[in-house]
Design a binder for this molecule. Structure first.
Ligand code: GLU
Length: 275
């Protein structure tokens, strides 16, 4: 049997650091006998920069990794996201709440639980229909309606906590809530784009950091609602700094480019991330 189709999906908003190196090396290691693909997640056009994208290609090639061309870039994919949003319309509603509106609605002390995207939305706009949508409204998923359509959710994890993971409607409504699928003027949100793109690229195993595991049930749900093939997930450990903090784009000291400039070899990078 052929190996999995995996992908590395960096955002070109800063230098790749040791955490990205570990992620990329894991993506390519997992793809033995299959294929490792690259996708540039440049949806946030206010932060994406061509020079960071060029640096990504350069760092990955230096690590000894190769990938099929042309590379998928999210900024080219708005038509596919619009089609998916139209398909999901029975499960979405237009939301006009600002962050301040959401905080105000959640001011009661028992409210204010955190989900994968921050505060769980209180449902203020859930009764609104698309006929009432204003030009600046965001698209939210009605989690209760969506879960009623799929009965139950599950996915196969091949990384941390390997096995089959299941989620019921109660979990999704209380721990995740009505997530945003698109913002006016900014296009599809990450959750929608990643699902549509993984399917379009024929990805069978999404390899990524454990920080994204919380979002995985959302992605499994969207794939089900869109009738897309199931994807397995491989969540890997995170590379931390000396203080135990997860590395961020601003950690230039941990940038692959910095280690390269100091004369490190790709084998040194593998060792530094514990491979
Ligand atoms: N673009 C995301 C990131 O830079 C990764 C998305 C994914 O792997 O699903 O963290």
């Amino acid at each position: 049997m052929a190996g999995p189709v995996t992908r590395f999906a960096p955002s070109p908003t800063g230098p790749l650091h040791l955490g990205h190196a570990f992620s990329a090396l894991t993506v390519w290691d997992r793809a033995q006998g299959g294929a490792a693909l690259l996708r540039i997640e440049d949806m946030d056009q206010s932060r994406a920069r061509p020079e960071w994208e060029a640096q990504i290609y350069d760092d990955l090639a230096w690590l000894g990794l190769d990938w099929p061309r042309p590379v998928m870039r999210q900024s080219d994919r708005s038509t596919a996201y619009d089609v998916a949003l139209a398909t999901l319309a029975p499960f979405t509603y237009p939301c006009r709440c600002t962050r301040a509106d959401i905080r105000a609605a959640l001011s009661a002390p028992q409210e204010g639980a955190m989900g994968p995207d921050g505060l769980i939305y209180p449902g203020t706009c859930r009764h609104r229909t698309w006929d009432e949508a204003g030009p600046d409204d965001a698209t939210r998923l009605d989690m209760g309606r969506a879960m009623a359509a799929v009965a139950s959710l599950s996915f196969v994890e091949t990384g941390m906590n390997a096995g089959e993971h299941r989620f019921d409607a109660r979990h999704m409504i209380r721990q995740v809530g009505d997530v945003i699928l698109a913002r006016r003027g900014m296009g599809a949100a990450y959750h929608l784009a990643v699902v549509v793109d993984d399917a379009a690229q024929g990805v069978t195993e999404a390899v990524r950091g454990a920080d994204l595991a919380e979002a995985t049930p959302i992605h499994v749900l969207l794939a089900r609602l869109l009738d897309l093939p199931p994807v397995a997930f491989h969540h890997h450990r995170l590379i931390r700094d000396d203080h135990g903090r997860r590395l961020a784009k601003r950690d230039d000291a941990r940038a692959i480019a910095t280690f390269r400039a100091e004369g490190a070899t790709p084998a040194d990078i593998r060792r530094m991330v514990g491979l």
